[in-house]
Each structure stands twice: as C-alpha cells, then as structure tokens.
Design a protein around this ligand. Structure first.
Ligand code: GLN
Ligand code: ZN
Length: 772
C-alpha cells in the first residue's frame, strides 16, 4: 500500500498562538514554562489533526521556537564566539533567543530569505577552526512527546550539506562536511535510541546550481551517513524541494546513493518523474537499493486545491513502475509555507473558498489520493474535487472576457514608451525644470500610532469613512507642508492611507480575496497574510488618484504618484496556478496601467511604480532565470508604456545587488530609478557604471539615508556619500533620496535626517561638480 507523508506542518498556530506566546515571553509577561506549554500544545494540535486525517508519516522536530536553521546551529553547537560559543546553550531558550534577536551587547545572527520563499532563516556563522558538539534535544524531546501520544513520528532534520551551504563565514564551507558527519551520525544514533525508525534529512540545497566538486562532497558525506544510519538501525529519507534535481545534473546521482527514500518536488519539477522511475525501476541504474520514491505532487507553496486527476496520473505512473510499497504521496515541500485551514475562511466567497486548500485540506487530499490509488471505482472518490476543478476552470471570476480580450490584443509596441530616454528627458525638463541634484523621497512618511489607531477605528466601525478621510487629508497637509519647508523638489503624499503596499492595491482590484486567518510565518513571531489572487485582474475604479489630487492641490511643487508594480503584487500574493505567472503579471500590469493613465490625466508630472520584489522573484536555478526576468521586465514596461514623454516615470527597488541583473534593469527603462545604497557606501553604483560592461543610461537616485536604522546620518556623512556617488556617475543624472520609504521610522528620526540630506545637497550644489 502506498503511504502518505508531509515534510513539515505550519507551526505559528491556527490563531498565531506562537506569535503571541513569544511576544509576551519576550516582554517578560509570561514564564518560560508557559511558553513551553504553548509549544507543546501546538505540536499536539498538529499531530492530533494529522492522525485524525489518516496521515501515515507524521513529522516531529519541524516545530521551532524561531527558525529551523537556528535550531540546527544550536543543536550542532555552531554558535558564534561573540555570543559565548557553545556555552550559550547552558542559558536555554534565553540564549537561543539572544542569537535570534540580539542582546544589548551583541547583534543577532543575520537573516535572509529561505530559498525563493518569503520565509527568512537565521544565517549560521562559521569560523575556520569550527568545531561541533551535539545537543539532540530539539528532535528527541518532541519525538518522545509524540511517542507518548502513541505516534511513531519521523524526525525532520536539516542535512549537513544544506546547513553548510547556507552558512556564512567560510570560503569553502563544504570542507566541514567531514567534521559534521560524525555529529549527524551521533544524532541518528540518539534518535534510534529514542525509538525512531526513520529520519527525514532535508537537503533542499541540492537543487541549487552546483560548483564543480560539490556534489562529490555531498555524495561522500551521504554515504558515510548511510553507514551510520544502518549501524543505528534507522532509515534515511533524503528530501529535496523547491526545484528539480534534474536541472542541475543531480537526479540520477542522488537516486544512486541508496537512501531508503528520496523525496522529489514534482510540482515545481514534474520532469523529474520519468527519469527517476527509469532509474529506480527494475533494470534501472539505481534499482538495486529498493529506494522508495516520495512523490511531492501537492503544491506546498500555494493555497489551491489540487487537480487530483493530474496528481493521480503521476502516482499511477510511479506505482506501475515501482509498486505501491515503494511509493509515498506527499506535498512538494513542508506545509510551513501555507496557512492552517481554508474551511475557516467563511468570509471568502464560497465559490472561491471551494478552490482553496491550506494545510488541513492538503492533508485530506493526500488521503483521497491514497484511497484512490487502490480503488476500483475512483470516480466516486474524485467526484467532488473534479466538480470543483471544473467550476474553477469555467467560472466568470477566472474568465473575464474583457480582460482576456485586452491581453490578447497586445502587440510588441505596447511595451515601449513613445520616445527613447534622451527625448523624454528633454520633454520632461521643458515641462518641469528641476534643479541639479533633485531631491525626493521614496513615498511613505512615518506611519504613526495615531494613523494606525484611526485605521483600526475605521475597521471597527467606531470612525466613519468621512471622518477617516478627513483625517487622512490632514495627514497629507502635514506631510506636504513639511516637505515644502525642508525644500524637497519632488514631493509625495506620504501614503497614510496604506498599511501595506500590496494589500492596498489588492483590495481595490478585481480578482483578489483576503483571508481572515491565512497567516504564514515570515520569521520568528512575524507573519504575513498574503492576498489570494484567484481570478482575472482588472481595476474597477481609480485607486490612488483622489489622494494624489488632494496632495497636489496643496502645493506648486510636483507630487509623485505612487503605485506598486505588477511583479511585486504577484510576488507577495498567493497566485492562481491555473495559468502561467507571466500571464497573471500581464493582467496586473494592465490594471496598474489604467491607474498610471488616470494619474497622468489628473496632471501628475512624476509617477513612481515600485518593484521592491523584482529581484526576489528570480528562480533558484540559472537555467530558469532568463525567462523570468524577460516577462517580469515586460510587465513593468507594459505598466508605464503609454505614459507620455513629458511624464516622468520613476521606479524603486529596495536592495543593492544588481550585478547579475543589470541588463534587465536597463531594459526597465524607467526615467529615474531609486535604489538602496547607503550601507554599501555607494558601491552598488559600480554595477550602474559599467563594472560588468553595462552602462545604466537613465537617471539614478542612490539612497543616502539608511532607513532601516533609527540612526540619523550627519550632514558630513551624507555629503561624503554624495561625493562618492558623483565620482561614479557624475552630477547630471544623479538624484538625492533616502534608501526606501520612511513608514517604519518616527518623525523624531526622519526630520533631522531629511534636514541633513537637504543641507548636504545644498553644499554639493554650491561645490564644483566632480567629473565621473
Ligand atoms: N513607496 C513605498 C514606500 O515608500 C516603497 C516601499 C518599498 O519599496 N518597500 O514605503
Ligand atoms: Zn524600498
């Protein structure tokens, strides 16, 4: 009989219990015992549900108080000396949180995105003479807890290859594999001792592009671990996900390692199935070891009910080749990346809710798939799911004829501005001459407690819309007045009406739904509730014009229109999976284009389209990246293409790694781009001046004020950054602005920082230009 498994479950709690327990513990309001109690409850909640849903393989050790990479570093004793090294473990959870969040004396571990998800992990820090020492309690304790409930769980462990590849501090971290293998060996022995029969070793880093020799190092380490597992008497499931091993030449090699089971992500990379079956079936290159195949056929990264017939087709092919005993049916990756339960979302249109599957529904789908595998009459089992799939396919929500027609009629020229940049610049100069080194901000001004309170009151119904809008107008008055007083050249309205740069637009566009409890962990206690993009996207009515118009009515200076771009909206939402993402991006682009044109008609001189997430959408494997950047850049171009030459199009990107994507940034062809630059000491500009042979031709505003920190930069510091910028790109194309929006800062930091920014600008304008 085939079995069902999940690689991991959500852990923040169905009502974010972990978030609140952590925050009250950190605030000193609750004890460590209370926090541990919540953690135990959350684990038991997941296990209880999984058992009731008939799941065969139930994970343990996937729960985390903060992050699974931190758990691994902690357990291996890879704790930086600045935090006291391995002795920190004596402090228990307090020490663990010191690594995660820092202390008065020590900064925390760095945080970065987990592969291409919106989850962030803590980056382990390694040193050349790194040693390891095991504390297995992170896995042994929950494993025993599950055992006490009668559940023989499968411990989930991040493998040594992935751990080292994602760590920082060493040129060649994989050289430490030899030192880690015995430590992992000891972990396997302790888990066996506790009663474990199998252990899931997560090695998602295997799907990344490999440097020469890396795979050999992995193979050697895994063979050594297999010996240790055999001695201990546990089976190893080697789990890969987020992309295909086939694309990086690792599939056959991984299958040949003799693991008890190998898990493949067949949602992201269905192409793996055929070669995997060929290798594992009788007569195949890896047939001898009887390795089981874990088929990741349900999308662990998205919220849609599966097309069960398509999933079953893969299961059938695998069963035909290997027999049911060698098959596990699973989601593509851990369910950490989806919310708990769609059935609770009673406020979502029932038609749309029926198309959703969060973690709980995915576990039910696994059960259906398993039952269907052995069933004589499948139709009975699949009838409901099939009906839902077909209703979704034909719904008016997913087929808006007007949207389809508009997309279908697009021609190549629809992606280009009317004239090339030099002509546009001349037209813009004539319409609205700006001083040299023009100054502006990125859009938002401080989101004060007062703004948040009014928004809450509006939501609760204690403040009516008219009063709320009057309040927003007062906020805009204040922000415009401040900018005039400071002497900024291109003003903004300050975005007081937005809590979030994607949600604000999603709420006004057709095709989006919003869940009430659809939270997913971003890091630690932080969660996001991404909009659910389920249908064809269009813009029923103007979304921002009213606020722009009001701001512009208060000043002679130009006020920038402020929009979020199609790629960022896509990237920060759960996106429909019944058509390519590129097609959805095109629909969003046209909806935002409508807004661009309305702002222009209302008289906007400058319009900014933020693409904060363009870079993070880059696929993991180089082979897929070109296709993505092509359509992503096209979507931006389409959004702003019809803007007249004398309308100045800005874009903003909040990161500073442009080296490998410079040609695409050039192709965006925004008139002005603002980027994060202050922390890199303007070095990011090197990519813009041809360090890699590509010269950025349009105007650039490198950030000179680090808004991530409450620190106020001095006039001299900013002046120095301006000099560094001028040395690189000259004065003609240079704008002066902060790194990003100011919404997370307080007025107390923002005012002096902007005063310094403007004073530094005045000094530079008075000084003679530096030639680039
Ligand atoms: N306009 C947005 C703001 O200023 C941009 C934020 C972002 O790119 N993350 O807040
Ligand atoms: Zn930004």
């Amino acid at each position: 009989m085939a079995r069902t498994a999940v690689l991991g479950l959500p852990r923040i709690g169905p009502d974010r219990e972990l978030k609140f327990a952590l925050e009250s513990f950190w605030a000193g309001r609750t004890t460590v015992e209370e926090l541990e109690g919540v953690a135990r409850w959350l684990r038991a909640f997941n296990w209880g549900r999984a058992v009731r849903a008939g799941l065969d393989v139930i994970p343990a050790g996937d729960f985390s108080y903060y992050d699974q990479m931190l758990d691994t570093a902690w357990a291996l004793g890879a704790i930086p000396a600045r935090h006291g090294g391995v002795a920190l473990r004596e402090q228990g959870l307090a020490g663990y949180f010191a690594l995660a969040r820092g202390t008065a004396e020590q900064r925390p571990l760095e945080m970065t995105k987990w592969f291409d998800t919106n989850y962030h992990y803590l980056v382990p820090e390694l040193v050349p003479d790194q040693t390891f020492s095991l504390d297995a309690s992170h896995w042994v304790v929950p494993f025993r807890e599950a055992g006490a409930l009668g559940i023989p769980a499968r411990p989930v462990v991040i493998g040594p290859f992935t751990f080292l590849k994602l760590a920082k501090g060493l040129q060649r971290p994989l050289e430490l594999l030899d030192a880690l293998v015995p430590v992992y060996g000891q972990l396997l022995a302790e888990l066996a001792e506790a009663g474990a029969h199998e252990v899931q070793l997560d090695e998602p880093a295997l799907v990344l592009d490999h440097a020469p020799g890396e795979l050999e190092l992995f193979e050697r380490a895994f063979r050594a671990l297999s010996v240790a597992a055999q001695e201990a008497g546990v089976e190893l499931t080697l789990a890969t996900y987020f992309a295909g091993l086939d694309e990086v030449g690792a599939l056959e090699r991984v299958l040949a390692l003799g693991a008890a089971e190998v898990h493949l992500d067949l949602v992201r990379a269905p192409s793996q199935l055929k070669p995997a079956l060929a290798a594992l079936a009788d007569g195949g290159a890896a047939a001898g070891s009887r390795t089981r195949l874990s088929l990741g056929v349900l999308d662990g990264r998205n919220v849609w009910a599966a097309d069960l017939d398509a999933a079953l087709d893969m299961v059938d092919r695998a069963t035909a080749a290997l027999g049911t005993d060698r098959i596990t049916i699973a989601p593509s990756c851990s369910l950490l990346h989806v919310p708990y339960e769609a059935a609770r979302e009673t406020a979502i249109d029932p038609e749309v809710r029926d198309w959703l599957a969060f973690a709980a529904e995915k576990v039910s789908e696994l059960r259906t798939l398993k039952t269907a595998t052995g069933a004589v009459k499948r139709d009975v089992l699949l009838a409901a799911a099939r009906e839902s799939t077909s209703r979704r396919r034909t719904s008016k929500h997913t087929n808006d004829a007007a949207v389809r027609e508009r997309v279908g009629a697009l021609a190549a020229a629809d992606y280009d501005r009317a004239a090339p940049f030099p002509q546009r610049r001349a037209a813009q100069d004539e319409r609205r001459p700006l001083p040299q080194l023009p100054t502006t901000t990125i859009g938002s001004f401080p989101q004060t407690p007062e703004i948040r309170a009014r928004r809450r009151e509006l939501r609760d119904g204690t403040l009516d819309r008219v009063a709320y809008e009057r309040f927003l107008e007062q906020q805009i008055d204040g922000v415009v007045e401040v900018q005039e007083r400071l002497g900024l050249d291109v003003l903004v309205h300050g975005e007081p009406e937005r809590n979030d740069m994607v949600e604000y637009f999603g709420e006004q566009l057709a095709g989006f739904a919003f869940s009430a409890s659809g939270w997913v962990q971003s890091y630690g206690s932080r969660c996001v509730k991404p909009p659910i993009l389920y249908g064809d996207v269009s813009r029923p009515a103007p979304m921002t014009v009213r606020w722009w118009q009001y701001a512009q009515s208060r000043t002679e200076k130009p006020v920038k229109g402020m929009l979020t771009g199609p790629v960022t909206i896509l990237q920060w939402s759960f996106v429909r999976d019944d058509q390519p993402r590129s097609e959805t991006a095109t629909q969003i682009a046209l909806a935002i284009q409508d807004e661009v044109l309305d702002l222009e008609r209302a008289g906007a001189f400058a319009i900014q389209v933020d693409e904060a997430a363009l870079r993070e959408g880059l696929p993991l494997q180089r082979a897929q990246q070109d296709d993505y950047v092509r359509w992503a850049v096209d979507a931006f171009r389409l959004t702003v293409a019809p803007a007249r030459n004398e309308t100045q199009v800005h874009t903003h990107m909040c990161y500073s790694e442009f080296n490998d994507i410079m040609e695409h940034i050039v192709r965006l062809d925004a008139d002005v781009i603002s980027i994060e630059a202050s922390r890199s000491d303007m070095e990011v500009l090197d990519a813009f001046v041809g360090a890699d042979g590509i010269e950025y031709p349009n105007e650039i505003g490198p950030g000179v004020y680090d808004i991530h920190s409450p620190r106020v930069p001095s006039v001299q510091e900013i002046e120095r950054l301006l000099e560094l910028a001028e040395q690189r790109i000259g004065r003609e194309r240079l704008w002066i602005n902060p790194d990003c929006g100011l919404k997370t800062r307080s007025w107390d930091d923002v005012m002096p920082a902007l005063e310094h920014l403007l004073e530094a600008t005045r000094r530079r304008r008075a000084a003679s230009p530096i030639a680039a």
